[in-house]
Design a protein around this ligand. Sequence first.
Ligand code: CO
Length: 134
Amino acid sequence: MIGRLNHVAIAVPDLAQAATLYRDVLGAEVSDPVDQPAHGVTVVFVNLPNSKIELLAPLGDESPIAGFLQRNPAGGVHHLCFEVDDIVAARDTLQAAGARVLGDGEPKIGAHDKPVLFLHPKDFCGTLIEIEQV
Ligand code: CO
């Protein structure tokens, strides 16, 4: 069901420092920071030949990654995003298999203007999973 790994999201406490690390130490192509107020994050996109890394820093007082950074002050892998062809069909298959979909179960428009859903980390080896319809 899942297709390409669309991105790995890494929550970081210092976005400029993380961008410098990926650009200057790892030699990756790194975007300027992009504020995404609807998602409560500022994102730096790291473009790799076969996928992307998204460096996420909190934006605003109610950022969904604030709690994660409190528990992981040095930052860490926040979620993996897999591509799917049909997000409603994917959701139905996952729920039928007993996986928990976060929120009200209806796809939301994600950071790339495409429908996304998040799956409970306790059902996926301790990893928050995002699925995105491409
Ligand atoms: Co994501």
